[in-house]
Write a protein that binds this ligand. Structure first.
Ligand SMILES: Cc1ncc(COP(=O)(O)O)c(C=O)c1O
Length: 357
């Protein structure tokens, strides 16, 4: 047996300069295995996935597992196309919508070219861009969280990303504003619709008139499948065709394809969870406002609020001590605010009871 040397004389290989320079993405904290918490910090759906999803996973045979999955997740593409009224060649499946975002960048932005986005938004965007040696330009949102169209176009970026509803604010921009941006911008516009299932509209009608728009979706929130890692893009067939060349050959596993297909197929079940979350969102908004929190009206499955006296960190720590996790962003401009995922009625009640006076 060869002994593993603990002290090698060899120099440790250096990562690429852009990787050494970049800050990692910081996900919301996860409880330790077996730890019992009320988890309202990473915007998961509080309800379980459709029973049809569990049945699809249990129905996986040894034979199906022995073979490689469909490289393009064809079954899922057909179902998604039906659900959204588009053609299957407009769907690209991915290992979470995070992978979709990475594929979009790898396909359309060369090293040295620029990604622009309004700030604050999903904090993974700069991580993905910097790992591909893309430059990043951020533009502040306009008052009332309106899309800063002029400033975004003026960046001269190759692509613009934004989340709609936005994270962490839960605010939305209208399709008229998105159309105006896509008209005036010659590059690619990615509308990250991770939370769209909890909102009223979506950007899909723009795809016909604006071939430079890509919509990304996830099953992590609306379909209660964050652990499955499944997301997809909807875009013009020409764009999907290019992205297909760039993705890993089998980027979605066979179990995930079967489960995601079953989830999308059971629209009635998913819609019931969305309706329940929206009812609880309004209840929680009212309750927090009555306690003096400055709550932004939300179109997502979370609320973003300024804490009384700016005491966000204190509130976050007090809740954590009672086994309730919410999201605190220790960043300039956000450090007086908390983001709270909408839980079940019982979880939300426990949260309100645990708030420091
Ligand atoms: C705005 C936004 N986009 C994308 C994602 C990633 O979703 P997925 O789990 O599909 O990778 C998140 C996750 O929190 C998000 O907040």
């Amino acid at each position: 047996m060869c002994e593993i040397k603990t002290q090698s004389m060899k120099a440790i290989p250096q990562a690429r300069p852009n990787v050494r320079a970049m800050a990692p993405y910081v996900p919301g904290e996860q409880p330790k295995p077996g730890e019992k918490v009320i988890k309202l910090n990473t915007n998961e759906n509080p309800y379980p996935p459709s029973p049809k999803v569990l049945a699809a996973i249990q129905a996986m045979s040894g034979e199906a597992l022995r073979r490689y999955p469909s490289p393009r997740a064809d079954l899922f593409r057909e179902t998604a196309a039906q659900v959204h009224g588009v053609t299957p060649d407009m769907i690209l499946a991915g290992n979470g919508s995070d992978e979709i975002l990475a594929i979009v960048l790898r396909t359309f932005i060369s090293p040295g070219e620029c990604l622009a986005y309004p700030d604050p938004t999903y904090s993974l965007y700069p991580v993905l861009a910097e790992s591909g040696e893309n430059k990043v330009v951020t533009v502040p949102w306009e008052p009332n969280w309106e899309l800063p169209i002029d400033a975004l176009v003026a960046t001269g970026a190759r692509a613009i990303f934004f989340a709609n509803p936005n994270a962490p604010t839960g605010t939305v921009v209208s399709n008229d504003r998105i159309a105006l941006l896509a008209d005036r911008f010659s590059g690619l516009v990615l509308v990250d619709e991770a939370y769209v299932d909890f909102a009223d509209g979506n950007a899909l009608p723009l795809l016909r008139s604006h071939p430079n728009v890509i919509v990304s979706r996830t099953l992590s929130k609306g379909y209660s499948l964050a652990a499955l890692r499944f997301g997809y893009a909807i875009a013009a067939p020409e764009l999907v065709g290019e992205m297909m060349k760039v993705k890993d050959s089998y980027n979605c596993d066979g179990i995930a394809i079967a489960a995601a297909t079953a989830a999308l197929d059971d629209q009635a079940y998913a819609r019931t969870t969305w309706r329940n979350v929206r009812i609880e969102r309004e209840n929680l908004h009212t309750a927090f406002s009555q306690r003096g929190y400055g709550v932004i009206p939300s179109h997502a499955n979370f609320l973003f609020m300024t804490c009384p006296g700016g005491k966000a960190k204190e509130t976050y720590l007090a809740l954590k001590a009672k086994g309730i996790l919410v999201r605190f962003f220790d960043k300039p401009g956000l450090s007086d605010k908390l983001r709270v995922t909408i839980g079940t009625p019982d979880e939300n009640q426990a949260l309100l009871s645990a708030l420091p006076a």
